[in-house]
Structures are given as structure tokens and as C-alpha cells.
Design a protein around this ligand. Sequence first.
Ligand SMILES: [Zn+2]
Length: 328
Amino acid sequence: MEKLEVEKHAQYILSVEKRKDDFESVVMEHLRMNGAYWGLTTLDLLGKLEIVDKDEVVSWVMSCQHESGGFGGNVGHDPHILYTLSAVQVLALFDKLDVLDIDKLSNYIASLQNEDGSFSGDMWGEVDTRFSYIAICCLSLLHRLDKINVEKAVNYVVSCKNLDGGFGSIPGGESHAGQIFCCVGALAITGSLHHVDKDLLGWWLCERQVKSGGLNGRPEKLPDVCYSWWVLSSLIMIDRVHWIDKEKLARFILDCQDKENGGISDRPDDAVDVFHTYFGVAGLSLLEYPGLKAIDPAYALPVHVVNRIFFGQMKTCPTQQSSPRLQH
Ligand SMILES: [Zn+2]
């Protein structure tokens, strides 16, 4: 089997963070907060987080926060729940959650919950189960799940379950691996996994593995490294990960590396980007690839960070009972 090019991937991520004006960074401009989360989490999993300037990142993150409490994707961009979770995750990586006004931030997230329990992404009102996951994950990391109606939030996610065992973005929406991760993650964090038909969903998920060993997101689609994360994390949360061929999947991910300049692509020989580099390394972490730090399948943060939040300096919190780690 190929080996993971740890040094080269770390240098690749650092180089992307430093480039400000080439094509990829212009396209990524409004997604910079997500990019920071993907890149920095990858560095932490590789054991290389110390190569970035922590104070510089933290002050940039905080300069993206709005009066409402939400975060934009970059300085001067509108706030959205997507970037807000990334901001919280980045601060968590650096053990800097204490710089946040936690009540203000959690009130912003709570304000996005709708009457039926669903969540909007921002003031414009688009509803998606991705936003349910984000709200639940974020508030759990901040120990503020009590700010929302958890029961209604869970019921809404369950209402998006399909006959194939999967989940869609809204009730009746087609099952998709990314959406399944969000729904299963939301249910795991709130201690509600009993709503999942584990065998049925496990079967749908393990059918995503194709001949090359890679995973696709829906039937008849090409395999893509990013699904290593969505599918694997879901299989782990429902305890069915032994239903796929893990070694073949690890080989597929390793074959997607740029062995010269670092970075991981969606499929072998395609161009690399930070998004797929993160999902490739996170996928290998879930596969227990030697030398990588472990990642939590529900919170999408390194396990040591999640443990620090729930069992570290902070006092005991009500969410501990529903933390997925405690269910194992
Ligand atoms: Zn992809």
C-alpha cells in the first residue's frame, strides 16, 4: 500500500493558506472560514498544527463575527450558520472557545430554529437538515443545547428519514450520503440514534463502495474521496463500519494523493484541493491509519479536542449524557 505523505500534505495546506490571489483562493474567498476549518483540522490530525500562527488565525476568525453573533465566511461577508460552526470548530482546535461571547452566539443559532423544529441557514430562511446538524453540533460544543427545542429538532430530522433508511435535506428529499452524515450526527449528539434503522441504513451506506474501493454518495455515481468521510462516519456512528472493505478504501484514498506537491484529490490523478485533502485524511483517521490522530465521527473534530471540551477544564455539562463517545 502507498504511504501517507504527511510532510507534503502539511506543506500543501500551509501554501494554500498563504496564497491570496490565485484562482483557487478567489473561488474560495467566501468560503475561507470553511477552508480554515478543513485545513487546520487536517494539520491537527497530521500532528502539525503548531506550524500555523495561532494568534493570527484566532484574531482573523473573530474579525468575521457580526453584531448578530453569527460568523461570515470572510471579513465583511454575511453571517451564515455554515461559517458559524466552522468558526467554533477552529477556535475549539486552538482551545480558544473562551474568546467567544457564548450567550450571544448561541442566541443567534437558537434564533434560526423554526416552529416545526427545523433550522434556517441564515435570515433568508433556506431550510436544510445540514443546518439542523450544525445548530446541534455547535450548541453542544458550547454546552448550550438548552437554548433550542431539542425534541422538535430531533422530530424534524426524523421526518426526513426515507424508506431506504437514509435521510434527505427536507421531508421527502432523496437520500444522500452527506445529508445522512448530518442527520445521523444530529441524532448521535442528542442521544437519539434509536430513530435510525441501523441495518437498513448500514446496507444502503455499504453499497456505496465501488470496485476501486472508493465510496460514492448516491447509487450510480462515481466514487469520490469526500464520501470516505460522510459514509464512514455514519457507518461508525451506527456501528456498521465492518460492513465495508476498509483496506480497499484506504488504498483508494492513498491513490488520490499528489505525491510530489502534497494534497489529495477527489479521484486518482485529478487536481488536489483543501476540501478533499481534509476528507481524505479524516477518512484515513476513521480507518485508524497509523500515526494519525483520531477524529470524532459526530463532531468532526479531533477526539482530543472533543474530550477537552466535554471532560477537560470545563465543568460537567448536560450534553455529556448524550455524547456519542459515552454510548460505546
Ligand atoms: Zn468530492
